[in-house]
Ligand binder design. Structure first.
Ligand SMILES: [Zn+2]
Length: 288
C-alpha cells in the first residue's frame, strides 16, 4: 500500500482531495470503507477523542488494519483533534498513520511550542507518521446547532501559516478559512450551505507549502469545495453529515420495522445511507 504522504502528493498533483470521515462505530466504519472500495479511491478514517474512547483506541486500530489487509484500496487511520501529547503518543504507538495535534485554543506562540514538541515526540515513535497542526478558530464539536458562532476573528493569515509550519515542522496544516465544525439546522434541512474564503486558501497554500486540510466540511457548497481543492486543499473532513445519516437511517429503520429486534437488520439500512453520503463526497473530492 502507498504511504499517506504519497497519496497526498498525488492528490496535490492531480487537483484532488482525499476524503476524511469520522467513525464512532462499525456501521460508520463499514459504510465509509464500502464507498471507498466501490470507487477504488483512498480514504482516511478519523477518530477524535470521544470516538477513540468509545470504540477503544486499540480496537479501532485493529479494525482498520484488518480492513486494509483485505483490499488494495488504501485506508488510513487518523487520530483527529488530539488535545494532549499523551493521547497523541498513544495513537502513534497503536499504529495510527497520522495525528491532528490540536492546540489551536492556546495563544499562537504556545500552540507553536507545544506542536513543535509533539512533532518531535511522535516522529520518534514512528518516523513516517504524519502530524497535522491547527491554527485559527473553526469552532468545536461536529453537532447540529441553531446559530453559527462568530469565527471571523479566528481566520488564519498566510503569515501565521508560514511561521507555524516553519517553526513546528508539521507535515500538514489545518487553517481557518471560513470553515466551521458542525452544521446549522438550516444546512441539515438543505436551505443553507457553508462558503469558504478561497483567496485565503490560495495565499495560505503559497506561504505554507504543505498539504492543507479543510475541517468542518459538512454542509459546504459543492462549488466552494471544487475551488478550495483547486486552491490547495488536500484533505477534507466530513463528520456531521455522516452522523445525521446514521441517525436518520436508524430512525427510518425503526419506524419501518417496529417489531424488529435483530440489530443487523435494523442497522443495515443506516449503513447504506452512510455509504451514499460518503460516495457522493468522495466523487466530488476526487473529481469523478
Ligand atoms: Zn475537525
Amino acid at each position: 500500500m502507498k504511504s499517506m504522504r504519497n497519496i497526498l502528493d498525488e492528490a496535490q498533483a492531480h487537483g484532488r482531495a482525499v476524503g476524511h470521515f469520522n467513525v464512532s462505530d462499525l456501521v460508520l466504519l463499514r459504510g465509509v470503507v464500502a464507498a471507498a472500495r466501490e470507487l477504488n479511491v483512498p480514504v482516511i478514517v478519523g477518530a477524535s477523542d470521544g470516538e477513540r474512547r468509545f470504540m477503544g483506541i486499540r480496537q479501532i486500530a485493529a479494525l482498520v488494519k484488518s480492513l486494509r489487509e483485505e483490499s488494495d484500496s488504501p485506508i488510513f487511520l487518523n487520530s483527529d483533534h488530539t488535545h494532549s501529547l499523551a493521547d497523541a503518543m498513544e495513537a502513534a504507538r497503536c499504529g495510527f498513520d497520522s495525528v491532528v495535534f490540536d492546540r489551536s485554543a492556546l495563544p499562537f506562540e504556545e500552540n507553536i511550542r507545544e506542536t513543535a514538541e509533539a512533532v518531535k515526540a511522535l516522529k520518534a515513535i514512528n518516523s513516517s507518521i504524519l502530524v497535522e497542526g491547527e491554527i485559527g478558530d473553526i469552532g468545536t464539536g461536529s453537532e447540529v446547532r441553531d446559530t453559527a458562532p462568530d469565527l471571523s476573528r479566528g481566520l488564519s493569515s498566510p503569515e501565521d501559516a508560514r511561521r507555524f509550519v516553519a517553526a513546528t515542522h508539521v507535515d500538514v496544516l489545518a487553517p481557518a478559512v471560513g470553515n466551521m465544525h458542525g452544521m446549522l439546522k438550516s444546512m441539515v434541512e438543505g436551505s443553507a450551505r457553508k462558503h469558504l474564503d478561497i483567496e485565503r486558501i490560495s495565499q495560505i497554500k503559497q506561504s505554507a507549502q504543505v498539504p492543507l486540510t479543510l475541517h468542518g466540511g459538512s454542509g459546504t457548497d459543492d462549488n466552494d469545495f471544487r475551488k478550495a481543492i483547486a486552491a490547495g486543499i488536500n484533505i477534507v473532513h466530513i463528520n456531521t453529515e455522516l452522523r445525521v445519516a446514521w441517525r436518520r437511517g436508524l430512525e427510518d429503520s425503526l419506524r419501518q420495522q417496529p417489531q424488529e429486534v435483530v440489530p443487523y437488520k435494523l442497522l443495515e439500512p443506516a449503513l447504506d445511507d452512510i455509504k451514499q453520503v460518503v460516495l457522493s463526497r468522495l466523487r466530488l473530492f476526487q473529481g469523478k
